[in-house]
Design a protein around this ligand. Structure first.
Ligand SMILES: [Zn+2]
Length: 312
């Protein structure tokens, strides 16, 4: 890349059609910085673009939908005085499946050199914890147990009254137990006594089935926190149950960049003071040329897979 004015980027031309293209070096505008991408996670929410659901326009912009980025600042746009060239940064960026990406300086947070931490999903998990309002002695259930859930449970206040996990994948249940779950159940073997018994239920599967199980578990007057990504179509909800049980339903996604950045700072403060497993969750790594594999694995989630990372 040195000395050239082109960089390589992933381009999704249609469903499951990924190519690598040469694009002119992106330029950092006012308030922006240019970042050499070290890693970009492939997120469950990226699968809509990969599979092709209604509303996605192809081709996507080069580097999209990569948004879980970590990299090094290589150039500053005009008016940027909060970051320096050479700093390692993470945060919000939308075209991270490329050698270079552009981000707003105010959407980035500096992290120590050598870290593999991805700020965006960590901030997302922190927002879920905050929006859940979970507090001392609350019992928590997490329904669907992938990467986001594995972050959420590690960011819970230490005085919660224990947590359980539900997942149809055996290795996800083992992961939950390793991360401190009191119990982990397959969806087909949830004890009936748990129904209507859990004060705070975090739905993290993003499918109809996890939404239904989360509804059944939520206690009377409890909170159902929707952290799963449900953008691939309509869902039905059991309004009768929500209404009768008088539960609070919280859609825990955030769309405000400033809220993300605040949550990222909060999460980093916890990462600095607690033992939090991050690296071991990054189970698979690919080069940019192999990025299609990263999407395939995220889609099929073979045994042992938690999170795939592309290293441009
Ligand atoms: Zn994501």
């Amino acid at each position: 890349m040195q000395g050239s004015d082109h960089v390589r980027a992933l381009r999704l031309r249609g469903p499951r059609a990924a190519t690598i293209v040469d694009v002119p070096d992106p330029l950092a505008g006012a308030g922006e910085v240019l970042v050499r991408i070290r890693s970009c996670g492939v997120c469950g929410s990226d699968l809509n673009a990969w599979r092709g659901v209604a509303g996605i326009q192809y081709p996507l912009a080069p580097g999209a939908p990569g948004h879980e980025t970590l990299g090094d600042v290589v150039a500053l746009g005009p008016d940027v005085n909060t970051l320096r060239v050479g700093q390692t940064v993470t945060g919000l960026m939308w075209n991270g499946l490329a050698e270079l990406g552009v981000a707003r300086a105010e959407d980035l947070v500096t992290v120590r050199d050598g870290t593999s931490l991805l700020g965006e999903p960590l901030a997302c998990a922190m927002n879920v914890v905050r929006r859940s309002g979970v507090g001392a002695h609350d019992r928590v259930a997490v329904v669907g147990f992938g990467y986001l859930a594995a972050l959420v449970v590690q960011l819970l206040p230490t005085d919660v009254g224990g947590w359980i996990a539900l997942s149809r994948r055996e290795d996800s249940r083992s992961l939950a137990l390793r991360l401190g779950a009191d119990a982990a159940y397959d969806l087909s073997s949830v004890p009936a006594k748990l129904w209507d018994s859990v004060g705070v239920v975090v739905e993290a599967g993003g499918v109809q089935q996890t939404l239904d199980f989360a509804t059944w578990l939520t206690a009377y007057g409890g909170r159902l926190v929707i952290a799963g990504y449900h953008a691939d179509g309509q869902r039905t909800v059991n309004m009768q149950s929500w209404n009768w049980k008088g539960i609070d339903v919280i859609n825990a996604h955030e769309r405000q960049p400033a809220t993300y950045v605040r949550a990222l700072h909060e999460a980093l403060a916890l990462v600095a003071t607690r033992r939090i497993e991050l690296d071991s969750l990054h189970t698979h790594t690919w080069s940019l040329e192999q990025a299609a594999e990263a999407f395939r694995f995220a889609d099929e989630r073979p045994p042992g897979f938690v999170k795939g990372i592309v290293r441009p």
